[in-house]
Design a protein around this ligand. Structure first.
Ligand code: DHE
Length: 548
């Protein structure tokens, strides 16, 4: 029962395709039914995230048959095998796909992409399970876990999360969630944890139970990445929202039960060209602290939609023209401004969540900004800034975020400097920390991808490139086998320790490495056979309060 099983391939175009494939006679079928099914599954699991379900392209290039047939089988087979410096993984030489699968995929993408089915209210209702009704849940917290200092750790390939104690490092629970779990978000009260998998399954976990466990679940599509809950005063824990890659839509659900209330399609016209796009995927979603609104990034059409959740029947949305390929982002330290990356356009977009208006669109000067939620700190000379690192190069860019105190710097890139190398996914600091941490997870060099750069904030200067210390996190983890990558720094509740995932292959040992923020010394290596492929870590307090 894989998510790809939902994809009903359409075989109608097969007879029309003329492509020369080495080793095949002209009248051999290009692909068999069985191969097509397998190709659809591999495409969903490995390729759709970047190239889109309909292969129209986003982070990755378009792969519609007009493009792929012009490139031809040999080119595609080579490209899938060896990858490219622009970010295409080397699926063949890394061993992640066999030679036979590379051959299959090169043939598969010559075909018309199968249009996966829609997923509306009947389908959602069918998958919705209220496991424990609100009236049957605990009336008070039944465990002695310090919930605010709990970490929800994604165990990506196990389809689970681990709840790890921020003080004792004990694993309180391992909970089954969706396929290729992506992120966790926490309700405003801190009681409910929402986890979403790539298969668009959301699992809602009650942290008050004696042993925290799932109380509701639902599937909101066939592919998704984002989930969030209402945070505005008076609406705490009232609604949850999730955004799907397929079908392109967002869904507002009851915050207590996950009952779907309202589905809104994001299909529409691209903001600048004003031409129709059939697959505008929903990327990051944040909850406004200033208004009863959700902030929804719509990737391919380049729009940020402010969704007012006070009246779902007469839904008011404000559609902001931003930039194409919106991906991830976070709030500034005052929580008033939302700063988000239009990654394939090398831009940051700034939204004022108090006025629900565009403030600025700024070029970062780097290639493919990828901030996660970003990092807020006060630069000694530039004042309050928000930082992003980049997937496509080694640079870190700082954008001024204080229009009142430092108007000349506001929404401008005030500084840019080098960290370890390209392939960075996440950057992090904490209001109590003097350190800025930058990973290099996808860097091709094994040592670099297993290390983290740390900058001292109080030593940063306007006219000098800051120096950094390299922490050999992977080495500290003491893992003998595989090529573990270090990913996503996350602080504990007090802001005294920072946690890193050491992300290895599914069948190899992984770990979480905890570093003392003051001394930059190793504090703890958390290892457990159940910690399979840890990626994201979400501290309950920092996540619900947007502390980063
Ligand atoms: Fe993510 C956040 C999409 C690959 C780990 N990822 C996000 C968000 C989006 C997204 C839209 C923002 C959610 C929000 O804030 O509401 N990620 C995608 C992709 O489309 C992409 C590029 C390819 C794919 O097929 O999924 C992708 N992401 C990855 C990974 O390879 C990572 C490292 C491991 C994995 O799980 O697949 C990964 N993504 C994460 C993490 C976050 C995230 C840990 C949350 C960061 C945070 O601090 O909030």
């Amino acid at each position: 029962d894989t998510p790809a099983a939902a994809y009903e391939p359409s075989m109608t175009t097969l007879g029309e395709i003329q492509v020369e494939i080495p080793g095949r006679k002209a009248d051999d079928p290009v692909i068999t039914d069985e191969e097509f099914q397998r190709g659809a599954k591999i495409y969903f699991e490995r390729c759709a995230g970047c190239h889109g379900v309909l292969r129209k392209g986003a982070t990755g290039k378009p792969l519609t048959p007009d493009v792929t047939r012009a490139l031809g089988y040999d080119y595609l087979q080579n490209f899938i095998t060896y990858g490219s410096p622009a970010g295409m993984p080397n699926w063949g030489t890394s061993g992640e796909l066999t030679e036979a699968d590379v051959d299959l995929m090169a043939r598969y993408i010559l075909m018309e992409p199968p249009a996966p089915p829609e997923f509306g209210m009947p389908e959602m209702k069918e998958t919705w399970k209220l496991i424990v009704a609100p009236e049957d849940r605990p009336k008070e917290k039944l465990n002695d876990i310090d919930i605010d200092n709990l970490f929800s750790v994604t165990l990506r390939d196990a389809g689970q999360i681990a709840l790890i104690d921020g003080k004792t490092y004990d694993i309180h629970a391992i909970i089954d969630t969706g396929y290729a779990v992506h992120i966790s978000r926490i309700s405003a009260s801190g009681r409910y944890l929402f986890v979403i998998g790539r298969d668009a399954k959301i699992v809602m976990i009650d942290l008050w139970m004696e042993t925290p466990a799932a109380v509701a679940e639902i599937k909101i599509g066939t592919e998704a990445r984002s989930v969030e809950t209402s945070k505005f005063e008076g609406y705490e824990d009232k609604y949850a929202i999730a955004g799907a890659y397929w079908p392109p839509q967002y869904v507002i659900m009851d915050g207590d039960t996950l009952e779907p209330k309202k589905i809104v399609s994001t299909r529409g016209n691209i903001y600048d060209e004003q031409t129709y796009h059939p697959e505008p995927r929903v990327a990051a979603i944040l909850a406004s602290h200033y208004k009863p609104e959700f902030i929804v990034n719509v990737k391919e059409t380049g729009k940020i939609v402010m969704v007012d959740y006070t009246d779902l029947k007469n839904l008011k949305t404000t559609e902001i023209e931003a930039e194409r390929f919106l991906h991830d982002g976070g709030l500034d330290s005052t929580h008033r401004y939302f700063i988000t990356a239009a990654n394939a356009r090398n831009k940051l977009v700034v939204i004022d969540t108090k006025e629900s208006k565009l403030v600025a669109i700024t070029d970062t000067g780097g290639a493919t900004p990828h901030p996660g939620r970003g990092a807020n700190f006060t630069h000694p000379e530039f004042g309050p800034v928000w930082a992003t690192s980049h997937l496509g190069d080694e640079s870190v860019a700082l954008i001024g975020t204080d229009p009142e105190g430092h108007p000349d710097n506001a929404w401008k890139i005030v500084d840019s400097f080098e960290a370890l190398g390209g392939g960075s996914l996440f950057i992090k600091t904490h209001p109590k920390s003097n350190h800025l941490y930058v990973d290099a997870t996808l860097n091709p060099d094994a040592e670099t991808s297993a290390s983290v750069a740390v900058f001292k904030i109080d030593e940063m200067k306007a006219d000098a490139e800051p120096e950094y210390t390299t922490l050999p996190i992977g080495e500290w983890a003491g893992i003998a086998e595989g090529q573990p990558r270090v990913v996503q720094p996350e602080f504990n509740r007090e802001g005294t320790e920072i946690w890193f995932s050491v992300w290895n292959a599914k069948d190899k040992e992984s770990a979480i490495v905890v570093v003392d923020d003051k001394t930059l010394e190793l504090k703890k290596v958390i290892k457990d056979p159940r910690l399979i492929t840890p990626t994201g870590k979400f501290n309950v307090f920092n996540t619900r309060g947007d502390v980063y």
